[in-house]
Design a protein around this ligand. Structure first.
Ligand SMILES: Nc1ncnc2c1ncn2[C@@H]1O[C@H](COP(=O)(O)OP(=O)(O)OP(=O)(O)O)[C@@H](O)[C@H]1O
Ligand SMILES: [Mg+2]
Length: 409
């Protein structure tokens, strides 16, 4: 018998990870399969080689399928792109039922109404995240279904992506034999498992430092408020280390993960790490401090850029609940300590991760996607534009007319 399942796929710069879960009657998800495969075709969060990415996705999926003991054909896919932008927009509709009670259909229509934004031709809408509903002028409503009203408004974040990078991602997932059930901002999925409800409410930054990208997301009043993705991450640290010590990239990556320290004062000065220079067979001994000499400047630069993004978002100091760090680079020894100094606050912590006995933090986004999908059941919002259809897709004017007819009725 076919089992009921939810799948989350995280196509990261370092690896593709797949989480396969089974919804439980209490609304939670049990993890029944995991898969991970090196991501050969992704640079700085963007797919640069379709074939290699398809193979990576297939390998990760097969691993999760083997563990669960059945085949999968649909999934939720995470988005952490440089090409993502958020637009704040409002949608307004009249409540249509005779008794003026707001129903699910009204919510759907008001969400559709937020899609009326002037988009450049190279972008499209991938998701709509409601921030608050407003019923007959009363704001701050989180769930208006069942309330009485005449005019329903929503204040929402419209998530847009560059068409090319988005379609490359969608094409790779489809070519790996998977239907996309929904595209989910990774920041949303990660906040589900990495931030507490109090942190989301009071205000906190969620900082995800991956291999190719660093994402800074601000949550407050229970919602995502701002998002910024910068093309810098752990790969840059590895490159600096490789160049500095004259060792190859793979060796530098390994060395960084095992002995890397983000802060000089925390690094050991004893030369007990053996390395081999490129083009030589001779081995030499270096200390953690020798590594940190090449790691620390880049870590400082990353934190400086994070700080600048926070200032741009209107937060020269951390919000009341501080900042939570996640992503592979945040695991480096001393990383949270350096971040506390740079962000001038003790309220910086590492995201915890232990869900259903999944202990490898690399899976956290894939698992976060599952939890998010189970709770919110996100839908596919992407338009037909640019899809490989026989006929040309409708132009922008036609699309606006379609939305309007949807809204006005
Ligand atoms: N213990 C560790 N110490 C230092 N760096 C680490 C450690 N573990 C992982 N990393 C680094 O973290 C990066 C991978 O992080 P992560 O898995 O979050 O990235 P990703 O999701 O694949 O990439 P992105 O989100 O940028 O697309 C790599 O650069 C890796 O070297
Ligand atoms: Mg990532």
């Amino acid at each position: 018998m076919r089992r009921n399942y939810i799948v989350g796929i995280d196509v990261g710069t370092a690896e593709v990870r797949v989480g396969l879960g089974e919804p439980r009657p209490d609304g939670s998800v049990g993890i029944i399969g995991l898969g991970l495969s090196p991501s050969d075709g992704v640079r700085k969060g963007v797919i640069v080689d379709l074939d290699k990415t398809v193979s990576s996705i297939q390998r990760a999926i097969e691993e999760a399928e083997r563990m669960a003991g059945f085949k999968i054909d649909s999934a939720y896919v995470g988005l952490k792109g440089l090409n993502i932008e958020l637009i704040n927009n409002r949608g307004v509709v009249a409540v249509t039922s005779d008794d003026r009670e707001i129903r699910e259909e009204d919510l759907e229509r008001v969400m559709q109404a937020t899609k009326v934004v002037a988009l450049p031709m190279d972008r499209e809408i991938v998701d709509i995240i409601p921030r608050e509903y407003i019923v007959d002028g009363f704001d701050g409503i989180r769930d208006p279904v069942g309330m009485l009203g005449v005019r329903l408004e929503v204040d929402a974040i419209v998530v847009t992506s560059l068409i090319t990078s988005l379609h490359n991602l969608m094409r790779c997932i489809n070519r790996a034999g998977i239907n996309i059930k929904g595209l989910v901002l990774q920041a949303m999925a990660n906040s589900e498992i990495s931030l507490t409800p109090d942190e989301r409410e009071l205000g906190a930054f969620l900082i995800d430092i991956g291999a190719g990208t660093t994402e800074v997301a601000l949550f407050q009043h229970g919602k995502l408020q701002k998002l910024s993705v910068i093309p810098i991450g752990g790969d840059h640290i590895t490159t600096d280390l490789a160049a500095g010590l004259r060792i190859n990239h793979e060796a530098a990556e390994e060395l960084k993960k095992v002995h890397g320290t983000a802060m000089l004062s925390m690094a050991d000065g004893e030369p007990k790490i053996e390395i081999t220079s490129v083009g030589s067979r001779e081995k030499r001994m270096v200390s953690e401090k020798d590594l940190t000499a090449f790691i620390e400047p880049r870590v400082q630069e990353i934190l400086q850029i994070i700080k600048e993004e926070m200032v741009k978002m209107g937060w020269p100091h951390l919000p009341p609940a501080g900042a939570v760090m996640r992503g592979g680079v945040s695991l480096m020894k001393g990383m949270v300590d350096v971040a506390r100094i740079n962000l001038e606050s003790d309220q910086v912590r590492q995201a915890e991760f232990d869900f259903d006995a999944v202990q490898n933090p690399a899976y956290s986004t894939a698992v976060g996607l599952l939890y998010y999908a189970q709770k919110h059941q996100p839908r596919m919002h992407v338009f037909e534009r640019g899809r490989p259809t026989k006929k040309r897709g409708p132009g922008i004017i036609q699309r606006i007319k379609d939305w309007l007819s949807d809204i006005v009725e």
